[in-house]
Design a protein. Structure first.
Ligand code: HEM
Length: 417
């Protein structure tokens, strides 16, 4: 398992298991939840009791406090600001079972300490180190595989692969391991669809990382695992279980999200050719195109909290122990905050959104996600001109899913630059 990266032929990287069967179990069939979310949001920004979001009414559990669903932007911010009243321990159950104890489910002050331990490995100096060589190389190699073909499916040939390869490279994993690493990532994320498969992937990943950590302890390298082993904040370091949990979290947190976000960005631009042209002409617009994507079609549309006390939100009573679902996708289209919210418009005045969360748990990897997507888009625009969507006859291209959203295919035609 310690095969040096450069000794491995590239073929295994491109070996495909059929990811789309797995991916579908995560997305679900919902095509466009936004009209229904808008209707519910306009009725009330906060709902108490089970709500039918368009995929059926969830079962009512009379033994539990009534669940609360937040549709409004300001109301979601209010919850995310008050992390004493709204706890992240709600994630202990499902996420805890597959990832172990991670910063995602910790409350203060434990969260602050752990976040301080892992965040140095994501600071901007470190990102610079990864951008130039590593991310650029991953993206260039993937594009080189189809640049001479005149047509491609950008999901199958680019977006699905680059985030997992970037993370795997950042962790210093051998290329031959990339395909199974990607499979574990998806299996962990889809644990609610298949519990046994998710738990098995989590165990396999723990054993896998145990070997890598042992190896890096003996021979530190220029990678994130070696950085995590060297962390020292006021004399506190990370123990092995904490490292395994953090690494397991990076897969669903960093791979699934970025792959979906980059697909949504491409979909937004390809279905709005004037905006694609604007970005092609002025690449400094790429960051705002990405932020607008994270607002318009956040890849993760819902996050959770649990009330620690009886309280009120937007005048609505919230019981102690109630699960609080924050519908980021709805908050990001709140007409009280955004004009014409359903429109993808990279030139809109306010693109600030909740797509990366908000408050103490705001996404730790957002700068990495922004950087890798910018590198991928720049490389694509450098190498391909006259890009156009090219659906097969009868093929209906769209973004789909409920909790996780992205296009399943992005067939294009183009000319090599
Ligand atoms: C476009 C891509 C991404 C999106 C939309 C996204 C979204 C989010 C959201 C909404 C949260 C907050 C969860 C909550 O408060 O309950 C979060 C947290 C987190 N994200 Fe991301 N994420 C992305 C990319 C990444 C990447 C690339 C990484 C790392 C490689 C990453 C690592 C994390 C971690 C570690 C947390 C937990 C932070 C904490 O609890 O303090 N994410 N992300």
């Amino acid at each position: 398992m310690t095969t040096p990266v450069d000794d491995v032929d590239r073929a295994p990287v491109l070996e495909r298991f059929d990811p789309f069967e797995l991916q579908d179990t995560v997305s679900g069939e919902i095509r466009d939840p936004y009209p229904r979310l808008g209707e519910l949001r306009r009725r009330s920004p906060v709902h108490v009791g089970p709500v039918d979001l368009g995929d059926g009414l969830p079962e009512d559990d009379p033994t539990r406090p009534q669940p609360v669903t937040v549709f409004g932007f300001d109301e979601a911010v209010e919850v995310l600001r008050d992390n004493d009243t709204y706890s992240s321990t709600v994630y202990d159950g499902i996420i805890g079972s597959v990832m172990g104890r991670t910063i995602l489910q910790m409350d203060e002050p434990e969260h602050r300490l752990h976040r301080a331990l892992v965040s140095p490995t994501f600071r901007s100096k470190v990102l610079e180190r990864w951008e130039g060589d590593l991310v650029q190389r991953v993206v260039d190699e993937l594009i080189a595989d189809f640049v001479d073909d005149g047509s491609a499916d950008l999901v199958q040939q680019l977006t699905f692969h680059f985030p997992v390869q970037v993370i795997a490279e950042i962790l210093g994993l051998p290329r031959a391991d990339f395909p199974r690493f990607q499979r574990w990532a998806i299996e962990i994320t889809s644990v609610t669809a298949n519990w046994d498969r998710g738990v098995a992937a989590s165990e396999a990943l723990r054993d896998y990382f145990a070997d890598v950590v042992e190896e890096r302890r003996a021979r530190p390298a220029d990678d994130l695992i070696s950085d995590l082993l060297a962390v020292d904040v006021d004399g506190r370091s990370l123990d092995d279980e904490e490292i395994f949990s953090f690494l397991r979290l990076l897969l669903p947190a960093g791979v699934e999200t970025t792959y979906r976000a980059s697909g949504n960005l491409l979909y937004g631009l390809l279905t709005n050719p004037d905006q694609l042209q604007a970005v092609r002409d002025d690449r400094s617009l790429l960051p705002q195109a990405f932020e607008e994507t994270i607002r318009w079609e956040p890849p993760v549309t819902v996050i959770l909290r649990r009330a620690t006390a009886d309280t009120r939100l937007a005048g609505v009573p919230v019981e102690e122990g109630a699960d609080v679902g924050l519908l980021l996708g709805s908050a990001n289209r709140d007409e009280r905050k955004y004009e014409d919210p359903d429109r993808f418009d990279l030139f809109r005045a306010s693109r600030q959104s909740l797509g990366f969360g908000f408050g103490v748990h705001v996404c730790l990897g957002m700068h990495l996600a922004r950087m890798e997507t910018r590198v991928a888009m720049n490389a694509l625009l450098d190498r391909l001109v006259d890009i156009e969507l090219a659906p097969a006859p009868g093929q209906d291209l769209h973004i789909k899913g409920m909790a996780f959203r992205s296009p399943i295919a992005l067939p294009i035609t183009f000319t090599a630059a």
